[in-house]
Every structure is written in structure tokens, then in C-alpha cells.
Design a protein around this ligand. Sequence first.
Ligand code: HEM
Length: 177
Amino acid sequence: MQQDRYSLALRALHWLTLLLVIAAFASIELRELFEKGTDMRNGAKWIHFQFGALVFITTLARIWFKYQNPGPEMIAVAKWQANIAKLTMVGLYICLLIMPILGMIIVAYEQKDVSILGFNMLNLGLAKDKVFAHQIEEIHETLGNLFLFLIVLHTAAAIWHHKILQDNTMMKMSLKP
Ligand code: HEM
């Protein structure tokens, strides 16, 4: 039978991901309010690491649930629109997975003594490499901008479907009982 919504697990994980991504972006931007080396700045970064790592775990869970039950078909739209939608989706999943991995590589090579969801990267026993860590940090920041662009595109498309086309695209992700 054709489903009209994603499974409850996928719907819940979608909105949880949104909250976690907002928290990851907000915490790293807010660090700028505090002087370098202060506890508040380090605290903001620590929060960023935890939320970022949670995004990674949540995304792995989403991929697993999607594999079990992919959910409803995409509604019929022009081929170019379907292609952009698919590309945006793949791009979003790549960012959700790669951003945290790059972040963890930065922390590991900077040899930061910090616990990320209970794991300290120092336990990996890697040699400190500040130059490599800095190169990865540049990629992490650039990919962050691409990620924001994809989020805006994805949100604009969802609003377009809901308000202008008035189809059931948004309903597929709704948490309403
Ligand atoms: C969805 C997940 C993530 C997003 C969207 C994200 C986003 C960002 C952004 C936008 C910046 C640059 C801020 C700026 O300079 O303007 C940044 C910096 C950084 N992020 Fe992430 N990040 C994520 C996950 C992680 C994770 C999991 C870690 C490590 C465990 C991490 C470690 C870092 C580090 C070390 C910096 C540089 C901070 C500094 O030294 O000031 N990120 N992140």
C-alpha cells in the first residue's frame, strides 16, 4: 500500500536533526561574543562539538530507518525539479555526515583535550598537526556555507509546495497525529 507519510521514526529524526543543526550553528557563531581563551568561548565550542557529534549519530540512524522503509514517493513534478530535489537531498545528507567527521578530524589533529559525547580524541594517539588541522578547518567552514545554502533551498522548496502548490509534501514530514 502507498504510504502518505514517512515512518514516525523518520519524521521525528528529521525535526530533531533540524534542532541539532541549529544548535551546532548557533553555538559556534555565539563563541564570537567571547574573548579568545575564556571559559565562555571554550564552552560554546564544547557545545558545538557535542551537538555536531549528535547530528552525525542522528544521521546514521536516519539512513538506517530510511533503508528499512524509504517512505512515500516524490509527488509528480517536472523532471528538472525532481533532479534539483534529489541533488539537494544528497547534498544535505553528505553535509550531515561530512561536517561532523571533518570537525572531529580538526579536534583530533589540534590535540584538543576535550570529551566529545564521552570520547576524547587524544585516545586515538595521533600526532599533533596544526597545519593539517587548519586546512581541514577551512574546508569545514566552506562546507558549512554550502550546507546553509542547501538548507535555505530545501526550506524554500518545502514552503513553496505548502503555500503555493498546496500539495501534501509538508504533510509527509508532519508530526501531527
Ligand atoms: C552538523 C554539524 C556541524 C556543523 C553544521 C558545523 C559548522 C561549523 C561552522 C559553520 C564553523 C565555522 C564558524 C566560523 O568560523 O564562522 C565551525 C567551526 C568548527 N567546528 Fe564545526 N560544525 C559541525 C560539527 C562539528 C563537530 C562534530 C566538531 C568536532 C567534534 C566540529 C568542530 C569544529 C571546530 C574545531 C571549529 C573551529 C572552531 C574554532 O576554533 O574557533 N564541528 N563548525
